[in-house]
Design a protein around this ligand. Sequence first.
Ligand code: BMA
Length: 886
Amino acid sequence: MRLHLLLLLSLCGAGPTAAALSFSLRGNWSICNGNGSLELPGAVPGCVHSALFQQGLIQDSYYRFNDLNYRWVSLDNWTYSKEFKIPFEISKWQKVNLVLEGVDTVSKILFNKVTIGETDNMFNRYSFDITNVIRDVNSIELRFQSAVLYAAQQSKAHTRYWVPPDCPPLVQKGECHVNFVRKEQCSFSWDWGPSFPTQGIWKDVRIEAYNICHLNYFTFSPIYDKSAQEWNLEIESTFDVVSSKPVGGQVIIAIPKLQTQQMYNIELQPGRRIVELFVNISKNITVETWWPHGHGNQTGYNMTVLFELDGGLNIEKSAKVYFRTVELIEEPIKGSPGLSFYFKINGFPIFLKGSNWIPADSFQDRVTSELLQRLLQSVVDANMNTLRVWGGGIYEQDEFYELCDELGIMVWQDFMFACALYPTDQGFLDSVRAEVAYQIKRLKSHPSIIIWSGNNENEAALMMNWYHINFTDRPTYIKDYVTLYVKNIRELVLAGDKSRPFITSSPTNGAETVAEGWVSQNPNSNYFGDVHFYDYISDCWNWKVFPKARFASEYGYQSWPSFSTLEKVSSTEDWSFNSKFSLHRQHHADGNKQMLHQAGLHFKLPQSTDPLRTFKDTIYLTQVMQAQCVKTETEFYLRSRSEIVDQQGHTMGALYWQLNDIWQAPSWASLEYGGKWKMLHYFAQNFFAPLLPVGFENENVFYIYGVSDLHLDYKMTLTVRVHTWSFLEPVCSRVTEHFVMKAGEAVCLYEEPVSEMLRRCGNCTRESCVVSFYLSADHKLQSPANYHFLSSLKEAMGLCKAQITGASLNPTLCSQIYREEIPNPKKVTSVSKALASLSALVLEQQYLGLPWQPPGLAGRSCVNLVPVAALGRFLEQLGGHHLSAR
Ligand code: BMA
């Protein structure tokens, strides 16, 4: 065993002793099951499932039906233990704490056989005083209780009234009563995820020893003073002062690039002390603000805070400070009842474009930096600017938010409550209060987080009566709801963080919900707040089915992940759409049928005589369907930005459900487990582009809207081309007069009755022709080329078999990419990035002969090949088409 001894803070001046020591307890522990029949080594941070897998005692938990085979793991009560020697003289330290950054979840902790504390919340950070129990040689034990058994016990003990739901729907094959335990709610199963209620020490654990005083935490928020037009920085530090006398000293705060240096005298009385400092940034200095991706730079400033305390005790902290303001604007809109719901960043209205984030794995120890980077890079590569960290998962690790800060990804941060009613007895509330206070402190200095939201869908669950509660009992539940989200969580947010807004739920009616006593009759109203919208039965090519809401924070369609992803967790007999495996992995009732229904509305369903071919084609077709559906819906929200039609509109947000996958299964995600792009993600890169022409029909008239997400007006033209399916050259083409595409607006640029367009373009019929259009200036493309289908593709006429060839500078890499067997994940990221920026435009290049070269990709003809191949497959699926790329 290697001992990690970290000298955290050294004594400044002459003295040889340190002021604080940190001794890590990461690494190898011993894990034992309830009856002692299984004993194995396990890593910390980690969990029991991972330890069993590493020891070869279980297979990959994601393989085939192992979620059911390994239920026993989470139903057992495991113990983590470790013996260790302290490599420093313990008697020299006034105070020694055991600090646990994350315990999953219910445990009793013994230190040298003495119970020092208990845990019941995986989202909390725990610190226990072990000064009196620590010796040179020590033992530590965390005796876990199965979270599943604990949740059942808690629910049983709640005898006064029922707190639904009891169990997830059967199709999810999950565990019950997750609302009774403060643990990742989706770890008991979800409609896209397996049930793996893990146990273990999932974050850092260490021993901290100190004299005189210790900085327990440090946090800050930049606040803009509107009236004085200047920035201030509020810095909060909490100390544990163990000296019997007050500790005096100075604090020096420096932000060199802002020419800011300020000094304060402080005196810390014995006990737990909070020091609040207020730093003013001079008006004479230009502060560059932080902007979301696509709207400006993510400028940050290095700051150091040095506490020089009595006795030569120096404590230094450094951090990056970002300056930005965020406002949630809820104000009357002309021509529409209700209120707006949109965000202003640095005073500038911003359309939130993006998706919803779920945990990247059931086993957090498998979520590496590389994975987070790959997933978040894919977010900005697809022109998104926002992720909603959804309330059924976890408050993500620090690195997630650091990356969001750096990449300019705005985060809508839910508190971790989802799709359930929750108890409010004192023990539960105390645990939640500690969790919320801790998470606010941990996260509030991140500029990326632009809003806190109390929960996912719980206002809707209550008011739309998902659990069939008797009307007369409703007041009890409303009271609980207000107690939890308003009187506790909201109160803690207001006290702890002034730098961003808070809403109680999603969907919610915002100010209207508040006015109605924190629960609205219809929290999903189009006139207020945000909406969640799902409809798998109506034809998704018909935009009339979508709500013209203020903000769409959830909507989407399922698809299957690619065969190469599924192949890793399945065997030959699983490879058909109706196999036991395919049904098992589908956690959304009728999901597989719904996908085929939706695809069947416009595409020919695969009918090969080769069953494996049929399976692969079906998977592929579900991705085509999903991409096209989410495109149509998103484009509807984007073009609803500047208008009110039938009293509805001014949409300012489109966050589709969901970005990523937790395992290899059908879901609403655009990124597969591990990060591979589904077709939807390539489409997203286009439909979220800063400038986009959107085509649609209304009453047989074809319209094109121009959607700008830019800060400046641009002069440009719109080209509208009609092609027959059977020939590469357009049959007719029209270029508009120059017009000014206004910054931040969606306006109608073009309208023409379909019958006229068909007549104008030779012998076109709806079935034989297709429309494409793009924005350009000085013969350069300014937008992705978009298209509009005039008929279902299954009715399209003139399609022929695709024959795709391509030239490559690096044939090995290209063929690897095409076969999806890339050995080096680094290459995948860069190539997929490149692919993303090309996507359909490469096809357009073939069609339109426009000189379009994606930035930074000159000479990399390999990447040109792949999207053409991918699109070729797309066209082939539609019926076939001749395409050749050189
Ligand atoms: C909403 C989400 C998730 C769910 C999704 C798809 O309810 O908040 O709970 O996974 O829809 O059903």
